[in-house]
Design a protein around this ligand. Structure first.
Ligand code: FAD
Length: 433
């Protein structure tokens, strides 16, 4: 069967849905293919939804999107085995008419997003896996082959929103295999608790929510982070580390999550809960330097497939939606001018992206993944030193404060040479710049 479309989108995660929605709204004939039973069935996320990126597409999404809690408090923790040192920010300003960040449950959210995509007029086909791209003699992508009896579908352009593995792109020779030191493996559980228990435990009311992001000895010397997010009647808890670190380590992802849940700072928050869901998923964390080619003759890459994640700020879905929207806008503009979807024309996608927070942030943070990978003391030594310093400072034991100050200074000196301390600060400042 050879029905023709203006565009085909591979995948129905946030990037694919944003792209398909934008194309359909502009009146293009668009087909979206998703291998899962329904959109969201295969997707895992913490999950925090950043309103801004979705507002660009669906300004009144708050009317009917399945949102859990809006975030009023952010906790950043560095942890050693028995303690955490935290920076908490809570503000009544986050109780606004149109809150900025929400916790969501991806399976429900993706289903809702997909209903909007269908309303906009796109054809959405689930339980269909794209096996490879179809190209003409010159190599231009002109369609896709699917696992439905090997059927092909033709289109002017294909948007690859297939997620972190980028298998279709890889199989079609558009990109290399994703290197294991540029992806994190995250495991996550949902722990159910009565609403009132969550609210009293986290000091919140109504739809308010709390986010905890954590790093330290919880990742057993590997590069990674842990998190805990409050949903309406559950708590999402998870931890993730770079895949190549897991490969070198004895620790299993599940073992790491068990230990994190049993940490004295986390355990009381989960006490009495019922765990109903366990999931594992990869996160692209290589940043700017790990980005594959983003466009070519007849194709574009969006979302996780393009490594569009800001791991430091734990932003992914918003970059996914923004790249999906901008790729689609590029296609719509060319379509309206009746210009072909050549590599030269699709280069406009990159130009447009360069003007957004997506590329600006990825560029700004380009040195961070390498810094974290080469400087494991960030995850091990420093959290221990911070904890030691706090303990020395807060324990009232008849020792005068000047002596305590000296002791703290000596703890740091004992843990890392003066040169090492200064060097780390300089390296971090450079990477952050
Ligand atoms: P995906 O969501 O992975 O969607 C890809 C889709 O393509 C899937 O539905 C898949 O089934 C389909 N597909 C793949 N191959 C094919 C094929 N060959 N044929 C047909 N369909 C195919 N981001 C945030 O913004 N906030 C967070 O709090 C957050 N927390 C996270 C926590 C965890 C544990 C993880 C793993 C990720 C988290 N992220 C978070 C990142 C975020 O989930 C991703 O950046 C985002 O989902 C990327 O969207 P995407 O559409 O590009 O890819």
């Amino acid at each position: 069967s050879e029905e023709r479309f203006d565009a085909i989108v591979v995948g129905a995660g946030p990037s694919g849905n944003a792209a398909t929605y934008t194309l359909a709204q502009a009146g293009l004939k668009v087909l979206q293919l998703e291998r899962g039973e329904y959109p969201g069935s295969k997707n895992v996320q913490g999950a925090i939804l950043y309103a801004n990126a979705l507002e660009e597409l669906i300004p009144d999404f708050r009317d009917d999107a399945p949102l859990e809690r809006h975030i009023v408090e952010q906790r950043l923790w560095t942890m050693d085995d028995s303690s955490h040192v935290g920076m908490h920010y809570r503000s009544e300003d986050f109780n606004e008419d149109k809150p900025n960040r929400y916790t969501i449950i991806r399976a429900q959210f993706d289903k809702w997003f997909s209903s909007k995509v269908k309303e906009a007029g796109a054809t959405v086909l689930c339980e269909t896996t794209v096996t490879e791209l179809v190209r003409d003699v010159r190599g231009k992508v002109i369609g896709v082959r699917t696992d439905r009896h090997g059927a092909t579908v033709m289109a002017d352009v294909v948007i690859l929103a297939e997620g972190v593995n980028g298998l279709v792109g890889q199989r079609s020779g558009l990109r290399d295999i994703v290197p294991p030191d540029t992806v994190a493996l995250a495991v996550k559980e949902m722990h159910f608790l009565p609403r009132e228990v969550i609210e009293s435990r986290f000091n919140i009311k109504g739809d308010e929510g709390v986010v905890i992001e954590a790093m330290g000895t919880i990742t057993a010397g590997m590069t990674g982070t842990g998190f805990l997010y409050t949903n309406e009647e559950s708590v999402s808890v998870g931890i993730g580390c770079i895949v190549s670190d897991f490969a070198e380590s004895e620790v299993t992802p599940y073992g790491l999550l068990e230990a994190f849940k049993n940490h004295p700072s986390i355990k009381p928050l989960l006490e009495g809960s019922e765990c109903k869901e366990y999931a594992a998923h990869l996160i692209p964390e290589g940043g700017y330097h790990a980005m594959p080619e983003l466009y070519g003759d007849g194709w574009l890459v969006v979302g996780d497939a393009g490594q569009f994640v800001n791991a430091v700020h734990r932003e992914g879905s918003n970059l996914a939606m923004t790249t999906g929207r901008i790729a689609a806008q590029t296609v719509v503009a060319l379509h309206r001018r009746r210009e072909p979807m050549t590599k030269a024309n699709l280069a406009d996608y990159r130009t447009r992206l360069d003007g957004t927070f997506v590329m600006k942030d990825l560029k700004k943070y380009r040195g961070i993944p390498g810094f974290l990978h080469r400087n494991r003391q960030v995850f091990d030594l420093y959290p221990k030193l911070f904890s030691g310093a706090m303990q020395t400072w807060f324990r009232v034991d008849g020792v005068d404060k000047r002596t305590k100050q000296k002791a703290i200074f000596n703890q740091f000196r004992g843990g890392r040479s003066m040169l090492g301390l200064v060097g780390d600060a300089v390296k971090l400042a450079r990477a952050w710049r």
